[in-house]
Design a protein around this ligand. Structure first.
Ligand code: 9Z3
Length: 375
């Protein structure tokens, strides 16, 4: 696709897919946040996190989701804060958040860490106090110093509108802006002109009640032949007309717009998720060549908490791995096969390795851009 064609695809996408209701409010918050931290000469990172949804109806009951709990994004945000970055956290609504992630969902439910003391007050169980205190202090420091801005999204459309708005606001930061795209972004969607207004029905009740071109209900609807059917029955016994066949268009690839137009001087890091280890590095390299950005972090679904690979222009591929009891695959430390993924979570968080390595590349990116300016 030529540059003009991709610009046209971008304009067409944003003109036809409505922005989220909160876009203006989010942009105002992001602008104030960026201005405050730019004035303090602080680096700002946009971390995207969680999966985007693809609604199948405008009044959405059904949607397709992308896998992501938000662990990578929320954990990374904490390490960026520790490294002194101000963080804009663009995340899927209700996915994991920095700090609160330690005590949410089923792992370490907060209520299990509390008890009622002798005076009938709620207190933290003494054994858990130290580790909660550590998280609490970091959380409160981030809040007090306005270092963390939380912006939620739900759909792929919300995400793309928000990403474009925040990236454009970050453009004036030049090379000190960092975009760290860990969200799991839908590759396919239903364009608005094919999106059903109401819940998709499994029967033809709407046509029966409201025959073609009539706005008032039929006086004698023939709905006794209403049949239910099971969409999960893929056998030929189910006629095609009774199946729900979902026809999806590809989501335009906006990484190019991000690199060339929205935040052209910032450092851009994307993640590549695969399940087949044989293609991970190739796909990461291909993405880098196609979009000409600065780093692709490749990870496999099954081993993503144990190892990732950095693929960057002009550099050797670099695997980062958490310490593992019993060592790694073989003497060369080859990547794990999906079936070798260890049970449970590693003791060390891999983001503790990823963020310093990204920050180092960001230092180099800033130095290179400063040198280019001097010449
Ligand atoms: C990732 O690869 C993330 O690391 C995970 C994190 C989604 C695996 P969790 O939130 O999972 O810790 O549960 N994100 C990028 C996924 C993605 O959609 N990448 C696109 C692609 O692979 C490129 S932007 O094509």
């Amino acid at each position: 696709m030529s540059a003009t064609e991709s610009l046209q695809a971008e304009d067409a996408y944003f003109a036809t897919n409505p922005p989220p209701k909160q876009l203006a409010a989010h942009a105002a918050l992001a602008e104030a946040f960026i201005t405050q931290h730019a004035a303090a000469n602080r680096r700002v990172v946009l971390v995207t996190s969680g999966g985007t949804t693809v609604p199948l109806e405008k009044n959405t009951v059904r949607f397709i989701d992308n896998f992501s709990a938000g662990t990578r994004g929320a954990t990374s945000a904490e390490y960026f804060l520790s490294a002194g970055y101000a963080v804009i956290f663009l995340h899927r609504q209700f996915s994991l958040l920095p700090y609160s992630r330690h005590y949410s969902h089923s792992t370490d439910c907060l209520l299990d860490l509390l008890h009622e003391d002798a005076d009938g007050r709620v207190a933290v169980r003494p054994d858990d106090s130290d580790r909660i205190l550590d998280v609490l202090r970091k959380y409160q420091s981030a809040r007090r110093n306005n270092m963390l801005l939380l912006l939620p999204f739900v759909t792929i459309g919300d995400y793309l509108h928000e990403l474009r708005a925040v990236a454009r606001l970050m453009a004036p930061l030049g090379s000190s802006g960092l975009l760290y795209l860990a969200a799991a972004v839908s590759d396919f969607f239903v364009p608005p002109e094919r999106l059903s207004e109401h819940k998709i029905q499994s029967t033809n009740i709407v046509e029966k009640l409201y025959p073609k071109n009539s706005s008032s209900p039929s006086p004698s609807p023939q709905i006794e032949d209403e049949e239910t059917f099971d969409n999960f029955d893929a056998s030929p016994r189910v006629p095609r007309s009774k199946r729900l066949i979902i026809d999806l268009d590809p989501v335009p690839k906006f990484l190019k717009s991000l690199v060339e137009g929205w935040a052209p001087l910032g450092m851009i890091v994307s993640f590549k998720l695969e399940t087949d280890p044989r293609i991970l590095v190739h796909k990461a390299r291909y993405s880098l060549e196609r979009y000409q950005h600065h780093l692709v972090v490749g990870n496999l679904l099954s081993t993503r908490k144990w190892e990732v690979v950095f693929v960057a222009p002009g550099r050797e591929d670099r695997w980062l791995r958490v310490a593992r009891h019993g060592g790694w695959g073989d003497a060369e430390g080859r990547p794990l096969r999906p079936d070798e993924a260890p049970e449970g979570d590693p003791e060390e968080e891999i983001e503790a390795l990823i963020i310093p390595a990204v920050a180092e590349l960001h230092d180099a990116h800033i130095a290179k851009s400063n040198n280019a300016e001097k010449q």
